[in-house]
Design a protein around this ligand. Structure first.
Ligand code: SDX
Length: 437
């Protein structure tokens, strides 16, 4: 394939296959790799392009998030993640992701009130929780309860109505913390704590998780700010697996609540959002610094099936910029809680040091990702390991919703329907039971 410029407006890529030549337009974005529009490939050559895992495939155009994996850069609507994490707050980042610009005071106030006033759940939804075992994984609860939202909020499921799309978006962002906190409370046998309108997003989540009816609960501002920053770091990340799941589900016209439930299910996987839980379990299994070499060796042995959880990334071939902020936040939280000498932190820091010096990880460009330090931080705050991916889902809901809205409003969007390379049996006739061997 070669890329020839036939005119300034539309450079073309030329492909010769099966004796045919097809010219395909090369499109450029604001920044980042160009794309070759292969939409006519099958029609003109009878071939599909083949890219399991989508390592070289762009499935949409988007204005929301840009990642430069080699530079270790992450932009939300053009703003670098480290600046947003240090100077913004989660609800302002939600507004930015949804609307494309930072809000002025009036816009922020209206948006913040719109979220705050939708944090309560329909009271009957509390009954869903009693249908689960107390020891059910909270991600299983999230899949079930979020999917059921469409049974209660059917007045915001018409995806073709912009007003209903906005209402559904705000309901999802606002109610996810409440649903998540209720999943935690149910798992520990404590009563649900209602949201409070006098607290900001992250402080409200902390009180719904850790307050009890017997007495007052005081939100630690250092912990609340750290959690808000953790939510910012997890808000959106381009076309990752769960976001692509939400887009594909949404492309069929499914209601937004069902699409987000699909995203939650995908995020649960240990290769994706479940890695924060898996990373902490790995650090616990390693236990002490002297056992690190044994695990580094296992990670390099393909036959072991073991990977360093919290390391590596499909896009980042440099340090995940979120991981740097996450590491800093981890130290701040442990300092605030007086647990800086947390043994797992020592194991994590030594594991990171050794891995970053090891040729295997250097050659494969495997760096810590956002999940490496988040588990230590969340456990220090008081969340059980099973809740780590739930918190990821709470934060990522705004990214899923923003990407879902962008997909619905994209004139190019059609139902997603990939094809395949068929390697099964050729056509053959049915064999009656009596004639089989
Ligand atoms: C998230 O996509 C996103 O943006 C996701 C995310 C988001 O915000 O939405 O950033 C969140 O999911 C972060 C990633 C969390 N997952 C983990 O930490 C799990 C451990 N990491 C991996 O399993 C892996 O690195 C992936 C899944 C993250 C990326 O997989 P890829 O891009 O398909 O890479 P690969 O599996 O082809 O690995 C490339 C090579 C392989 O060796 P070779 O076959 O080339 O010899 O690197 C090796 C792998 O064996 N490798 C690892 C490794 N990760 C990759 N070896 C040891 N330990 C690891 N963690």
């Amino acid at each position: 394939m070669s890329s020839a410029k036939t005119d300034i407006a539309t450079p073309m890529a030329n492909l010769k296959v099966n004796g045919k030549t097809v010219d395909m337009p090369v499109r450029s974005g604001t920044v980042g790799p160009d794309v070759i529009d292969v939409g006519r490939l099958y029609k003109e050559t009878g071939c599909f392009n083949y890219d399991p895992g989508f390592t070289s495939t762009a499935n949409c155009s988007s204005r929301i998030t840009y990642i430069d994996g080699d530079a270790g850069m992450l932009l939300h609507r053009g703003y670098p993640i480290d600046q947003l994490a240090e100077q913004s707050n989660f609800l302002e980042v939600c507004y930015l992701l949804l609307h494309g610009e930072l809000p002025n005071a009036a816009e922020y106030e209206e948006f913040m009130l719109g979220i705050t006033r939708h944090t309560m759940l329909h009271e009957q939804m509390t009954r869903f929780y009693t249908g689960f075992r107390r020891d059910a994984h909270p991600m299983a609860v999230m899949c079930g309860v979020v999917g059921a939202l469409s049974a209660f909020y059917h007045d915001s499921t018409d995806i073709n109505d912009p007003e209903q799309r906005t209402i559904a978006a705000r309901r999802l962002i606002a109610k996810m913390p409440t649903i998540a906190a209720m999943a935690y409370k149910y798992s520990v046998g404590q009563p649900f704590i209602y949201p409070r309108n006098d607290l900001d997003f992250s402080a409200n989540f902390l009180q719904m998780c850790f307050a009890v009816p017997c007495g007052p609960y005081t939100v630690d501002p250092v912990i609340s700010r750290a959690l808000d920053r953790i939510f910012i770091l997890h808000a959106d990340h381009e076309q990752n697996a769960s976001t692509s799941t939400v887009r594909l589900a949404g492309s069929s016209g499914a209601n937004p609540f069902a699409c987000i439930a699909a995203g939650i299910a995908c995020l649960w996987g240990p290769a994706h959002g479940g890695a924060n839980e898996a990373a902490l379990n790995m650090l616990n299994e390693i236990g002490t610094v002297d056992r690190i070499p044994e695990y580094i060796k296992k990670a390099k042995d393909k036959t072991s099936g073991f990977r360093l959880m919290g390391f590596g990334h499909r896009v980042y071939k440099n340090y995940d910029p979120r991981a740097k902020v996450m590491q800093k936040t981890c130290h701040e939280v442990l300092d605030a809680l007086g647990t800086r000498d947390e043994p797992l932190l020592q194991v994590a820091m030594e594991l990171e040091r050794i891995a970053l010096e090891d040729d295997y990880f250097v050659e494969k460009k495997l760096y810590p990702n956002i999940d490496f330090y988040s588990g230590i931080t969340l456990r220090a705050i008081g969340f059980p390991v099973e809740m780590f991916t739930v918190l990821f889902a709470v934060a990522r809901t705004v990214g899923w919703v923003a990407q879902w809205k962008e997909m619905i409003e994209d004139p190019e969007q059609r139902i997603g329907r990939p094809r395949q390379l068929y390697i099964g049996a050729p056509v053959r006739n049915y064999v009656p039971f009596s004639n089989r061997g």
